[in-house]
Ligand binder design. Structure first.
Ligand SMILES: NC(=O)c1ccc[n+]([C@@H]2O[C@H](COP(=O)([O-])OP(=O)(O)OC[C@H]3O[C@@H](n4cnc5c(N)ncnc54)[C@H](OP(=O)(O)O)[C@@H]3O)[C@@H](O)[C@H]2O)c1
Length: 237
C-alpha cells in the first residue's frame, strides 16, 4: 500500500516507536490518528504532525478502542491502516509472575490488539483493502530468563496475526508482524517489574539498541510491501 494520503491509526503514539512511526508516516503524507493515554504527549504530537488527530485511548478498554475507530471514521471517513504498537513489558521469572500483572499485560499486548483489529476489519473489508501491522518482539524468537510473561503475550500475538493474515487475504487486507530488536525507548522504564529484573541495558558483547526511527522505517516498509513478517534481530554471521 502506498502511504501518501492514507488514514493510519497508530496506537502507543505518545512516545517511543509509536511516536517515531507517527512522525514518519505523517512526513510521508499519511493522515495519522494518534492513540495512547498520555493526553499531553498526544496533543504535542498532534500539533507537530500535519493532518493528525489525537484520541485518548486506553487500549485495555474495549469502549476506548471502539471510540478510537469511530473518531477516525468521523474525521477522515475511512481506515486504511492500523499499527498495533501500544505495549508494555513484564519482567519476572515464571515462578514470580503475578497473575494480575500478567492479565494486565495480556489485556494490552494481546486482547487490545485483537479488539483493535476486530474494530477495523469490517471497515477495511468494505473498502476492499487495508493493512494491519502488529508490533511483536524479537524476544519471541529467544529464550530469555525473566521475559516469559511479556514474550508469551507477544508470541500469542504472532499466531493471532499469522492466522488473521490467512483469513483476511481474500478481502485485500494484509496483516503483518514486526519483530523489533532492543530499541532505545522507555519500554523498560515503563515495564512492570522494571527495577527487579530489567534487561534495559543490553549485556556486553551484543549489538547496541536500535533507535526507534529504525523500527518506524521497518513498519513503513511492511505497510508498503504487505509482507507477513519482518525481523530486526541482528544476524550472527
Ligand atoms: N523497546 C524495545 O526494546 C522493544 C522491543 C521489541 C518490541 N517492542 C514493542 O514496541 C512497542 C512500543 O514500545 P516502545 O519500545 O516504544 O515502549 P514505550 O516507550 O514504553 O512506549 C509504549 C507506548 O505504548 C503506550 N501504552 C502503554 N500502555 C497503554 C495503554 N494501556 N493504552 C494505550 N497505550 C498504551 C504508551 O503510551 P501511554 O503511556 O501514553 O498510554 C506508549 O506510547 C511495544 O508493543 C513493545 O512491546 C519494543
Amino acid at each position: 500500500m502506498q502511504i501518501d494520503g492514507k488514514v493510519v491509526i497508530v496506537t502507543g503514539a505518545s512516545g517511543g516507536i509509536g511516536l517515531a512511526t507517527a512522525r514518519l508516516l505523517g512526513a510521508r503524507g499519511a493522515k495519522v490518528v494518534l492513540a495512547a493515554r498520555n493526553e499531553e504527549a498526544l496533543r504535542a504530537a498532534e500539533t507537530e504532525i500535519p493532518n493528525s488527530l489525537a484520541v485518548r485511548a486506553d487500549m485495555r478498554k474495549a469502549k476506548d478502542i471502539r471510540n478510537l475507530v469511530e473518531r477516525t471514521v468521523e474525521r477522515f471517513g475511512r481506515v486504511d491502516c492500523l499499527v498495533n504498537n501500544a505495549g508494555q513489558d513484564l519482567n519476572a521469572p515464571v515462578e514470580a509472575i503475578d497473575s494480575d500483572d500478567y492479565r494486565s499485560i495480556l489485556e494490552l499486548n494481546l486482547i487490545g490488539a485483537l479488539e483493535a483489529m476486530q474494530a477495523v476489519i469490517p471497515i477495511m473489508r468494505r473498502q476492499g483493502s487495508g493493512a494491519i501491522v502488529n508490533v511483536s518482539s524479537g524476544t519471541t524468537k529467544m529464550i530469555l530468563t525473566g521475559s516469559a510473561g511479556y514474550s508469551s503475550s507477544k508470541a500469542a500475538l504472532n499466531h493471532l496475526s499469522l492466522v488473521a493474515r490467512a483469513e483476511l487475504a481474500a478481502d485485500g487486507i494484509a496483516v503483518s508482524l514486526i519483530y523489533p530488536y532492543i530499541t532505545d525507548t522507555d519500554l523498560e522504564k515503563n515495564a512492570i517489574g522494571a527495577d527487579e529484573h530489567s534487561i534495559a541495558s543490553p549485556p556486553s558483547g551484543i549489538p547496541p539498541a536500535d533507535p526507534p526511527e529504525k523500527v518506524a522505517e521497518a513498519i513503513l516498509s511492511l505497510i508498503e510491501s504487505g509482507e507477513a513478517e519482518l525481523s530486526l534481530i541482528p544476524r550472527r554471521d
